[in-house]
Design a protein. Sequence first.
Length: 269
Amino acid sequence: MDEEITIDRINMGYIVCLLTVKESLITLTSDELVELFYNDENNNEDTACIESFLRTLIFLLKNDYYFLYLGKDVYNKIYDVVSRGRLLVKNNKEDIYEMSNTIISWLNKLDMNYYEVIRKRYLYNQISLRTGEEYDDYELSSDKMEKIVKEYILKDRIIFMSFFSDKNEFIINDSNAHFYLSSLSYFFDKLNALFEDEGRLKFLAYVKFVLDQANQKQFSQKIIPRSIYENHKYVLNNIQEKLNSYLKKENISKRDISKLKIKAKASVH
């Protein structure tokens, strides 16, 4: 079996794979997941895709284990697909069985006795991370929070591709600024390897500065109320703290940072 994928070895293609798997676990059925990740376009066993899928799941469970608490549908789909997949494969059985068993052992560690308590805490934390909003226990049910969090997760791959695909579709406006804020906050929280490249780091710092300006503009033009403005500002400040450490590590000069801020300010009208 190939060397295990770890955070410092993540490349851009692997991040797309990670975000695609998370998205697929929300939107597809178990049957559709088996069809997507275990078979090629000719309905033959796709060994490379199976291995990539399983390695991605292992990485997800090791680095974002509480994703399983998004909802029992996600947990059940992973368990179902991996369990069924073990019986379908004919090639490279030893490695695929080993990875499948590793995933199932992680799934078996889920605390079902306190599932709803942990689930609610995870959903609270995701909403706070992505939007800055805080809710009292009585305000929103877990099911309502799940819908909110899933909506933001489903934007992560789209926004990532808008940053780094050849189409260059990075456009922040009043209708999508909150989604860009959510995804950028998630990227800074979980995808550390993104910021180990100076060019990508400068670009994502520029995105952060654009969001600063967009938040100010939306508030000053009364597009958003003060409460949302302050929530977004809280998330942006948290991102800035993490950004500062990366900028310092990569020795990005204050002059370069000032240029990025000026460019960001000019881009928001």
